[in-house]
Design a protein around this ligand. Structure first.
Ligand code: SF4
Length: 333
């Protein structure tokens, strides 16, 4: 499972880096279109929402200029802008759409050595061991099928830095990671949802059974692992859908994952931008906006109303206690 691109937009400076050269050769048969700035490609910005799926077939190659870390207080201590932002697939609620709108296509940044230097420096200067989230802007397992960055990232950090890396994914292509010298310094988190919702909403991602096999394999390979039940979608029949999910997890997660892994539970948020893009680009997709169940929370974003959230949290905690009692819930948000 890897993206099929139809053209590449690139900043000329990117070709001065080994990864830029590698991508130039790898995608040599595609049209390469020069751009000034990966953040602003006028012809793509001018495209209509209806073109969203077509835009997702483009690959953007650039140099990352901003490297500011944001404090975080969940699994990680800092969110780190890393080697990509955006993504080639199309989950209908994708949080990156809020930031990049219809320009949520995959952008790959070739100055990975600079980003690693900052990571190592920051990790080694910290008085406590920090956890760095490197996958909040993209899906690094999918990106890895394009760049092969991840084995280098995991081994380089393990060899040189104190602390840990972490990233979530919705993909199963973990084979290149299974035999690395990771020294348990990368926490692998697999995002899961009921298979009927994956099929209808998380368009282009790996099916549930493949995701479970991947997290089992990563745990067997010695990585610390977790599961994100996320984002929880309170669609019609959600109680039954999520009970089926917990049953599937109970039956197919390995003993080692159940014994050592943790859970995060995160409810879906949605936005005005999602509504606009999805209504035009995916007119026959299921409607995720539920005006009677959601409230605005500023900047055009919506979340489920408090009573619904509280009821759903109780249901999910009960399912977790029934089917995965060994796994600790780190937080529900
Ligand atoms: S896989 Fe992740 S980054 Fe890609 S569209 Fe889905 S939610 Fe967004």
């Amino acid at each position: 499972m890897q993206p099929v691109f139809d053209r590449v937009y690139y900043e000329p400076a990117a070709l001065r880096y080994p990864l830029g050269q590698y991508l130039r050769e790898r995608y040599d048969s595609l049209p390469w279109i020069e751009i000034e700035n990966h953040n602003n490609i006028p012809e793509l910005r001018a495209a209509s929402n209806r073109d969203f799926a077509r835009l997702k077939r483009h690959l953007i190659v650039g140099v990352r200029k901003t490297h500011r870390y944001t404090e975080n207080h969940k699994v990680s201590d800092f969110l780190v802008p890393y080697t990509s932002s955006g993504c080639s697939v199309m989950c209908l609620y994708c949080y990156l759409v809020c930031n990049y709108n219809k320009c949520a296509y995959l952008r790959v940044f070739v100055n990975c050595e600079e980003m690693m230097e900052k990571l190592v420096r920051t990790a080694n200067a910290a008085p406590n061991k920090h956890v760095f989230e490197i996958g909040s802007n993209s899906d690094l397992i999918l990106e890895n099928t394009v760049t092969n960055n991840l084995p280098w990232t995991i081994e380089e950090f393990a060899r040189r830095a104190d602390g840990k890396l972490t990233f979530p994914t919705k993909f199963h292509m973990v084979k290149p990671l299974l035999h690395l010298e990771h020294r348990q310094k990368t926490i692998f988190r697999m995002s899961v949802n009921p298979q009927p919702l994956i099929r209808k909403i998380e368009l282009g991602t790996s099916p549930l059974p493949a995701r479970i096999e991947a997290v089992n394999a990563m745990c067997d390979a010695g990585y610390p692992v977790g599961l994100l039940i996320a984002p929880v979608m309170l669609v019609s029949g959600w109680e039954e859908l999520y009970e089926q999910l917990f049953k599937a997890l109970r039956n197919t997660l390995s003993d080692a994952v159940r014994r050592t892994g943790f859970l995060e539970i995160i409810f879906m948020t949605y936005s005005f931008v999602h509504r606009a893009i999805n209504e035009e680009a995916f007119p026959s997709a299921p409607q995720l906006y539920a005006p009677d169940q959601m409230v605005g929370r500023g900047k055009g974003k919506y979340r489920y109303k408090a009573p619904m959230l509280s009821e759903a949290e109780s249901v999910l905690r009960a399912l977790s206690a029934k089917y995965l009692p060994e796994m600790r819930i780190l937080y529900v948000s």
